[in-house]
Write a new protein. Sequence first.
Length: 120
Amino acid sequence: MAGDMHTSACAPDGRRRALLIGGGLLAGAGSMAWARRAPMRHTVLMDATAYAPLELTVHVGDSVEWVNKDPFPHTVTCAGVFDSGSIADAASWTYRPPKAGRFPYICVFHPNMKGTLIVI
Ligand SMILES: [Cu+2]
């Protein structure tokens, strides 16, 4: 216990450091680029002629990989925004959305096959 009391002697130092860091945070508040989260990777399966998950929410700059588990090709097509072209069986396609929005997409070979990519 006495040892614990002794370690608390370091507290003033720690507090001073915290104040310095706080000042740095304020100074840097104008450009938040350093605080951005690291990009994440997401996976959507194309299986039994369906996208799974049907709807996926990602951040701008994340990457999304569609993996075809079916024994025939599919596409990931949001007209005018993105289009994978034909993705063969066992192949995949990766897209990194550059802007926020809600992007419903289909497979051009199976128009009933629908998914939605939400980018925030
Ligand atoms: Cu398809």
